[in-house]
Design a protein around this ligand. Structure first.
Ligand SMILES: Cc1cc2nc3c(=O)[nH]c(=O)nc-3n(C[C@H](O)[C@H](O)[C@H](O)COP(=O)(O)O)c2cc1C
Length: 171
């Protein structure tokens, strides 16, 4: 298995497009590895560094994992991929089960951080949290409050991950 380095600027469109059906964020604390589906994310530059900002609701197990280890990988599908995994990883919680095993996904050793990538979601961003900020309810617009915070409760925390490595896992 090889990792082909990529320039994230060249892949920005592909990464953003993939967010609509869903991409993954993977976290690791001790021996526990967990992935969850995300549809919200920002790719850009902050403090002169390339960053991926993930918006994780405070109730998620992933949120708890990120408190334990401020590193994560972003895992983006390329070509054919197991679409059913997005549903499982986006509906079950890592608190209750080993979702990665249940989805039949394969962990791949990271280059720089402590959190692995996933062979089946090969475009990988290795990220280290630089900053985190939890939304304040009174600053949200009325429409966003109604649409996103009336049924599912709790704000999102924006985790600003510096992208320290970017590659595509290949056979
Ligand atoms: C397509 C899709 C996109 C999602 N996007 C997000 C997101 O951006 N942020 C978030 O907190 N939850 C998002 N979710 C919900 C989580 O993936 C879901 O609650 C998951 O079960 C949490 O897993 P965990 O408890 O193991 O962290 C999304 C779910 C789906 C199906």
């Amino acid at each position: 298995m090889t990792k082909r380095k990529i320039d994230i600027c060249e892949y920005a469109g592909q990464i953003i497009k993939a967010m609509r059906p869903g991409i993954l964020i993977t976290t690791k604390v001790g021996d526990k590895v967990n992935s969850m589906t995300i549809g919200w994310g920002t790719l850009g530059i902050v403090w002169e560094k390339p960053v991926f900002i993930a918006y994780v609701r405070t109730c998620r197990f992933t949120h708890e994992m990120l408190q334990g280890n401020g590193e994560f990988t972003i895992n983006v599908p390329v070509g054919d991929f197991p679409r059913k995994a997005l549903g499982l990883l986006g509906s079950k919680s890592g608190r209750d089960m080993d979702k990665i095993a249940a989805a039949g996904l394969t962990l791949v050793e990271p280059n720089i951080i402590s959190v692995p990538g996933l062979k089946e979601f090969p475009l990988t961003l290795e990220c280290r949290v630089l900053y985190r900020q939890t939304q304040e309810e009174e600053l949200l617009g009325d429409e966003e409050k109604r649409r996103f915070y009336s049924i599912e409760k709790g704000p999102h925390t924006a985790f600003y991950g510096e992208i320290v490595d970017a590659y595509i896992i290949e056979e």
